[in-house]
Design a protein around this ligand. Structure first.
Ligand SMILES: Nc1ncnc2c1ncn2[C@@H]1O[C@H](COP(=O)(O)OP(=O)(O)OP(=O)(O)O)[C@@H](O)[C@H]1O
Ligand SMILES: [Mg+2]
Length: 271
């Protein structure tokens, strides 16, 4: 794990106009495998960036590196003007893991009260904290279930509780790992509307992974990944235009075919 302690020799934070995330020569090794290879990209502030690619391509690993929980990360990875994993970033980032992490024996409100207390031990007045929790529950449309035990919720409701936890404390960067998996189309639409609201009204940056390509169309920018590498870093429009494709899915397949052909040519010439 990248460990940083806050010292007086910390470089000054880069200005707000800089990218929310900046990676250069970023490599991650997990077990015997190099899972991320020489990544280079930036994620702009105040926008929704989609992280897309097939299962196993490295989306979760990249998100873990960004929030500072991934071991064996080398290269440059700056997040909100600090090196990833810096202690001051803890309250500025909301992270929702792929598997919902809530306590089954607590109600929705109790779960949120618990995480609110961890996030902000003793600084916020009790009524203010209560307000934040109520707002986060409303944001994910679970007000009518506030006092239900998490263990009695449906899969989609449980994921929304995890999302509510990430929304506590109005983070500047939200890292959401496949937040819409298993949700019905209506709920998926509502959540994407919420993501856009959060970006527009709070100026927050959202990095959202998915392997559902139609969700790509709802992002301002896309990072397309394959086998631990970035295939494209562009807007959905530019991607479609550049590849002469009707959809982001077709554009992605086009880029995969190109990458496979380039790899085959490279192999041919080294023979
Ligand atoms: N603890 C680990 N040790 C070794 N390899 C791992 C470990 N965790 C993940 N991997 C490998 O790292 C690669 C990337 O995994 P990762 O979970 O980042 O993919 P992903 O894109 O999030 O996939 P999915 O869409 O299925 O969630 C995979 O090949 C996976 O097998
Ligand atoms: Mg994953």
């Amino acid at each position: 794990m990248m460990n940083y302690s806050s010292t007086r020799s910390d470089p000054p934070e880069t200005p707000d106009t800089a990218a929310a995330i900046r990676a250069e020569s970023l490599n991650v090794v997990r077990g015997p495998r190099q899972v991320l290879r020489d990544l280079e990209f930036t994620v702009p502030r105040g926008q929704i960036t989609g992280l897309l690619g097939p299962s196993g391509c490295g989306k979760t690993t990249l998100m873990r590196a960004i929030v500072g929980t991934q071991a064996k990360v080398t290269g440059t990875l700056d997040v909100l003007g600090r090196p990833a994993g810096h202690p001051t970033l803890r309250t500025r980032i909301g992270y929702v893991t792929q598997a919902p992490s809530v306590y089954d024996d607590l109600t929705i409100r109790q779960n949120l009260d618990y995480f609110a207390a961890i996030l902000d031990p003793g600084h916020t007045a009790a009524d203010r904290r209560h307000e934040n929790v109520t707002r986060a529950i409303a944001d994910v449309d679970l007000t009518s279930h506030t006092d239900a035990l998490a263990g009695n919720l449906s899969g989609g409701q449980r994921s929304r509780v995890s999302l509510a936890v990430a929304l506590l404390g109005t983070p500047e960067l939200l890292v959401l790992d496949e937040p819409t998996v298993g949700l019905d189309p209506v709920l998926r639409r509502d959540l994407w509307n919420l993501f856009h609201d959060i970006a527009a009204s709070r100026g927050a940056t959202l990095l959202i992974s998915s392997h559902v390509m139609d969700e790509a169309e709802r992002c301002h920018r896309l990072l397309l990944m394959r086998e631990g590498q970035i295939l494209a870093d562009d807007t959905p429009d530019a991607l479609r235009t550049r590849t002469g494709s009707e959809t982001v899915e077709a554009a992605f397949l086009h880029l995969v075919d190109e990458a496979v052909a380039a790899a085959a040519r490279a192999k041919e010439t080294t023979r």
